[in-house]
Write a protein that binds this ligand. Structure first.
Ligand SMILES: [Zn+2]
Length: 163
């Protein structure tokens, strides 16, 4: 994806108010992010580790969402798969929950997805980060096709958040 500025990211949040989007933590090292290898930029809130954010481009428009990771209950941390990039993590994949945009979200409606805990789906798909033995199923898809699938999965999730 193309590099985004802090201003673009703050303006892109669909499930935060303008005031909240102005105050939330955006990475300071935006210039150092591997944008060429990212389908989305994801980060955690350093002040609230259960909060995470991600920004991507949908039809050329920056779109960002805030996510919450409910505290894992014991026994939940078993091997499981990210719904976005389909990487399996032996330590488990948290269910991340995004309040829906607009009125629905204000009324408590939210959408969940299993998402790599480190928000590094793009790097797993490109083989730039290794999740260990058996993390990626052998597939006949090319890397480009896997990237397209990741982008499509993310777009489908964001569509549920925004509509
Ligand atoms: Zn993932």
């Amino acid at each position: 994806m193309r590099p985004l500025t802090e201003q673009e990211i703050r303006a892109a949040f669909v499930n935060r108010t303008k005031g909240e989007a102005k105050r939330l933590a955006v990475p300071r090292d935006l210039a150092d992010q591997p944008w060429d290898d990212l389908d989305y930029l994801g980060w955690r809130d350093p002040r609230a580790p259960d909060l995470a954010y991600l920004v991507t481009e949908l039809d050329g428009r920056p779109t960002a969402v805030a996510l919450r990771r409910p505290s894992p209950t014991p026994g939940q941390r078993r091997r499981s798969m990210c719904s976005i990039c389909l990487t399996t993590h032996s330590g488990g994949v948290p269910l991340m929950v995004a309040p829906r945009a607009g009125k629905a979200g204000q009324q408590g409606s939210s959408v969940g997805t299993y998402l790599c805990d480190d928000l590094s789906c793009s790097l797993y798909v490109r083989g730039r980060k290794d999740a260990g033995m058996g993390a990626r199923l052998p597939e006949s898809l090319t890397q480009e096709e896997k990237i397209q699938r990741t982008v499509a999965n993310l777009a489908a999730f964001l569509a549920k958040v925004t509509t």
